[in-house]
Design a protein around this ligand. Structure first.
Ligand SMILES: [Zn+2]
Length: 107
């Protein structure tokens, strides 16, 4: 389960995820739309995973978006628009995103 950075509840849902592939820094990058039913927030997620060096390194963050920006992101995801989604990844990083905490269900 994913914990919402806004309200702290384990109710964050990844709605859509698009894999941008590897770049010179990380092995896996995905741009996502996320929502939380507990606090009714919608936003953009960014998942980055690096398997280089010592151990895995996962960086999973989100920022809350206003409806018009969210719709623009949903359109880019729907169109699988790689240049636009790469731009979105930079935008999410620049947005001062907050970390999404993940814990397996069975603990
Ligand atoms: Zn929430």
């Amino acid at each position: 389960m994913f914990f919402c950075p806004t309200c702290g509840e384990p109710t964050l849902v990844i709605e859509t995820s698009f894999d941008l592939g590897a770049n010179d820094r990380v092995d896996e990058v995905a741009v996502q739309t996320v929502r939380c039913d507990a606090c009714d927030c919608h936003g953009a997620g960014l998942y980055e995973e690096s398997r280089r060096g010592a151990g895995d390194h996962v960086h999973h963050v989100m920022c809350v978006l206003p409806a018009d920006e969210l719709h623009a992101l949903q359109r880019a995801l729907g169109a699988r628009d790689l240049p636009a989604l790469t731009e979105w990844a930079d935008r999410i990083r620049a947005h001062g995103p907050r970390t999404i905490v993940y814990r397996p269900d069975c603990v």
